[in-house]
Design a protein around this ligand. Structure first.
Ligand SMILES: NC(=O)c1ccc[n+]([C@@H]2O[C@H](COP(=O)([O-])OP(=O)(O)OC[C@H]3O[C@@H](n4cnc5c(N)ncnc54)[C@H](OP(=O)(O)O)[C@@H]3O)[C@@H](O)[C@H]2O)c1
Length: 337
């Protein structure tokens, strides 16, 4: 068996993440203990949320801060190549939380699941729309947002992995969709390829506020928030009565080590009888199969486009992650080994 190639976190990122924060290293492929199995990874899922746990002291109830000089944590997809675990024989396809490395060891103590795949979809789809990303969009929008036909749904990071799925599901359900992205070119793509009815360029010189007013003349019913911070705060000024704010992520805050940016517009929740709720896609494990079946059907019917950007080779992982954090991506970023 060849060496285990790994991408390690070399230093704590200061502000915006850079490729120089990572390094490639070779390690021995670990020997298995009883109850363990070895997976040869074929794909990494690049998830913006993991940036937060690269910060010093980022421990919370969900994950601990990533240690330095250790492989960067990630969701991975791969195949069992050696096993001391009777439920995971060689050749089993799995999806699990591990790291940017060519081989990972798992046991029952880890987050890992067998993958039942429909061969009419490419394998990487199980990290994208039919995987954690699509499930995040699906449960956040349907369970927290509770959309009804005719309602207006505002989505931030609207062309990213989660956002691109949210906007399309909202359209399938008969909503008007307004997407926020970082360039005029990306905004045009949101309309032409993802069917957004209106867009807002958060980098445009006129600023966010006049665009929110223009594109949401009556306000929004649902805000699917991937960005947090100042964008969230400004959006709250445009809630309709009984609006729902889906707190999915706060990417604008992940570069910061101190307190998150304060949210000021809470009074509006009272007068608008609005609500906001956070969620983790992993809250819905029991409901994954039905959600995957629904999204697979929408893809099959041509109603839902799965937008995926694939980078080739483990060495491309740091660049891919930085590109995603800088908003260069369209849809889901995946590395194929
Ligand atoms: N709750 C859950 O269970 C769960 C699960 C998965 C992901 N998430 C969250 O979902 C969000 C999206 O994650 P993802 O993995 O799908 O990433 P993504 O949306 O594919 O990529 C991140 C996007 O965020 C935008 N962005 C980056 N910095 C920004 C800033 N300072 N202000 C505004 N926009 C910024 C960029 O798009 P623009 O070009 O449009 O700016 C970029 O393309 C993250 O907040 C993540 O933590 C939550």
């Amino acid at each position: 068996m060849s060496q285990n190639r790994q991408i390690i976190l070399k230093q704590r990122p200061q502000g915006a993440i850079r490729e120089a924060d990572f390094a490639v290293r070779e390690a021995a492929v670990p020997l298995l203990e009883p109850g363990q199995f070895l997976v040869q990874n074929s794909h990494f899922s690049l998830d913006a949320g993991f940036r937060k746990w690269m910060n010093e002291g980022a421990d919370d109830n969900y994950l601990t801060a990533m240690p330095l000089d250790a492989p960067v944590q990630s969701i991975v997809l791969g195949r069992v190549v050696e096993s001391h675990h009777s439920s995971y024989p060689a050749d089993t396809l799995v999806l699990g939380r591990s790291a940017w490395e060519s081989y990972s060891v798992f046991s029952d103590a880890d987050f890992v699941q067998k993958l039942a795949v429909d061969s009419s979809f490419p394998l990487h789809e199980y990290l994208a729309t039919l995987g954690p990303t699509g499930l995040t969009a699906y449960f956040g929008l349907l369970d927290i947002g509770r959309p009804k036909a005719g309602e207006t749904v505002l989505v931030s990071a609207a062309g990213g992995a989660v956002g691109s799925v949210v906007g399309q599901i909202a359209k399938i359900l008969g909503c008007r969709t307004v997407g926020i992205a970082s360039s005029a070119e990306k905004c045009l793509w949101l309309k032409e390829q993802l069917g957004y009815d209106a867009t807002i360029n958060h980098q445009a010189p006129e600023g966010l506020e006049p665009q929110l007013r223009r594109e949401l003349p009556e306000g929004f019913d649902i805000y699917f928030d991937n960005v947090g911070g100042r964008m969230l705060d400004l959006a709250l000024l445009h809630m309709k009565e009984r609006a729902r704010v889906v707190l999915c992520g706060a990417i604008s805050e992940y570069d910061k080590t101190g307190e998150h940016t304060g949210i000021h517009h809470l009074w509006e929740f009272i007068t608008k009888r609005a609500m906001a709720a956070g969620f983790m896609f992993s809250d819905y494990v029991e409901e994954y199969p039905a959600a995957i079946q629904q999204m697979a059907a929408w893809i099959g019917q041509g109603k839902l486009k799965s937008v995926v950007e694939i980078y080739q080779g483990i060495e491309a992982t740091p660049r891919a992650f930085c590109d995603m954090m800088e908003g260069r991506n369209r849809g889901k970023c995946i590395v194929r080994l």
